[in-house]
Design a protein around this ligand. Sequence first.
Ligand SMILES: Nc1nc2c(c(=O)[nH]1)N[C@@H](CN(C=O)c1ccc(C(=O)N[C@@H](CCC(=O)O)C(=O)O)cc1)CN2
Ligand SMILES: [Mg+2]
Length: 289
Amino acid sequence: MTARNIDGKAFAAGLRARVAAGAAEVTAQAGRKPGLAVVLVGEDPASAVYVRSKGKATVAAGMESFEHRLPADTTQETLEALVDQLNADPAVDGILVQLPLPKHLDESAIITRIDPDKDVDGFHPVNAGRLATGLEGFVPCTPLGCLMLLRDVHGDLTGLDVVVIGRSNIVGKPMAQLLIGDSCTVTVAHSRTRDLPEVVKRADIVVAAVGRAAMVKPEWIKPGATLVDVGINRTEGGLVGDVDPACAEVAGAMTPVPGGVGPMTIAVLLRNTLVSAARRQGVTLSQAI
Ligand SMILES: Nc1nc2c(c(=O)[nH]1)N[C@@H](CN(C=O)c1ccc(C(=O)N[C@@H](CCC(=O)O)C(=O)O)cc1)CN2
Ligand SMILES: [Mg+2]
């Protein structure tokens, strides 16, 4: 068997087009474009690339992009003051602080400082709590993008066995919450899980978000299972996911790296920004997004 390729890049392009249509509606009805503020502290090269991509994608979707680049030695007070200013700015519907922050900054304090109703990353504890209790809020972009791809592949996810490998606040935990919401039976595995291969072997769907190159092996996979690879590991041999590419011989469907989950992250960020702008302006979008 060779697994069907789950083309996240193509799906993300479709989502971005729907966001652009929605942004045009908000602009026409509210008299201003949806606005996204992105804050980058320091010169991490990968972060700089992601922030540039976000700015370009925001403008291409017909939205306003506000970029704030601060030096690596920015103080906690300066960054908090910028967040306060963006919270108060009526032109800003979404605020995103690019992670990781330089070590001397308190990441959790910064995220908690963002107005939860502008937190389009969905990282604020209020939004984590809303997701956990089934209330409307912002959901982190990468796991929501994975859920969109899984719904596209499977239609109804009810009753499927899913193993999420990784328990981070930004991917593993929200991914598990979203899948519970879609009535999956969810196991969250992590670095301390015993007999990981055996746990993974039960799964109809595996979501790998551990950050270890090619760690998920073909002999762990139930034939025909769907594999969603969140890993982006830079190795000497190039960009490698958390799933060994040889798993394609066993799986039924699989996301590639690159071109799978990655492009969904930015498309969902635009989607969340549009939803924020529509909510804040009292605009009802003509199509669900
Ligand atoms: N505040 C945030 N910080 C970070 C987030 C986030 O969602 N919010 N996620 C990641 C980085 N990220 C966006 O910020 C991101 C990562 C990867 C991609 C992507 O399209 N990847 C490509 C490969 C690109 C490459 O060659 O490096 C792919 O997988 O096809 C987009 C966005 C951490 N920080
Ligand atoms: Mg982990």
